[in-house]
Design a protein. Structure first.
Length: 269
């Protein structure tokens, strides 16, 4: 299975965060265990994911699996939980008994909620026991429903956010920059975004590298490419490249190739 090109959502359940956390967390998810999707899961022994710079918790409720990251294959044991940044292509090899509970943060969200900068996570697989209390992980691993697990982790994260008494200026400025870029239809370059926020291009570059770990130009390109490709796959006939800042379809195809390493024409929709 290739992320975006194929519908990865049909083998997972999803839940949006509460209003207080919506700026920092993209979603919670868990593998679907219903027997009706077992055949679908069997068809996809791997899941290839493209860069997103989104710190993600993978809490293992089922079988061991392998992750390919930066030309290295990691064995994640049955009871092992990990944190992954997804700053490059990542491939997860899985079984039909796969059962993962996931918390996907927005860029900078890990720092805003838990006070942990994501830059040191670049190209690494971090044991989640170094990040979350062991008691919390054990509680999530109990035989509970997806909704109950969401309540447990969200209560913990909301409490942590409330205790972050001093808002991080760097994180706020990066979030504002991303909001400005998204709000203007992903049409602006880095200099224009900086201008709208009354900061210099040098400053916005420093902030992004400090909070996310990459330059705003690279992050905006990834953000635009992922959003545009998702829209294209969902409704190819009505896709308009200029809506995402592309000159034409050729420009869009080239950007997708740069992001994914794959040609759109390779896939059937």
């Amino acid at each position: 299975m290739v992320e975006i090109f194929q519908n990865i959502r049909k083998i997972y359940r999803f839940s949006a965060p509460c209003e207080e956390l919506v700026n920092y967390i993209e979603f919670y998810s868990q593998s679907v265990l219903d027997l009706s999707v077992q055949q679908v899961k069997a068809e996809f022994s791997t899941v290839k994911m493209f860069p997103s710079w989104t710190p993600t918790f993978y809490i293992n409720l089922g079988s061991p699996y392998y992750i390919d990251l930066k030309n290295t294959r990691y064995h994640v044991k049955e009871q092992q939980d990990v944190l992954l940044l997804r700053n490059e292509d990542v491939t997860r090899h899985k079984l039909t008994t796969d059962n993962i509970f996931t918390v996907k943060f927005n860029p900078g969200g890990l720092e805003a909620v838990l006070g942990l900068n994501q830059v040191p996570v670049i190209d690494k697989l971090i044991d989640l026991n170094q990040i979350l209390p062991r008691q919390l992980l054990q509680k999530i691993k109990q035989p509970l429903s997806f909704e109950e697990r969401v309540v447990i982790i969200e209560t913990f994260l909301l409490d942590k956010l409330i205790k972050q008494t001093t808002p991080d200026h760097y994180v706020k400025m990066v979030n504002d920059s991303i909001g400005e870029y998204r709000g203007t239809g992903m049409q602006l370059n880095t200099s224009k975004v900086a201008e709208r926020l009354f900061i210099t291009s040098k400053t916005i570059n420093r902030y992004f590298n400090r909070v996310i770990g990459t330059a705003p130009k690279n992050y905006f390109s990834i953000m635009r490419g992922r959003n545009a490709l998702t829209a294209f796959v969902n409704d190819r006939e009505n896709f308009v490249p200029i809506d995402y800042g592309y000159y034409d379809l050729s420009h869009f195809h080239k950007d997708v190739m740069n992001l994914t390493g794959q040609r759109i024409t390779k896939h059937q929709f």
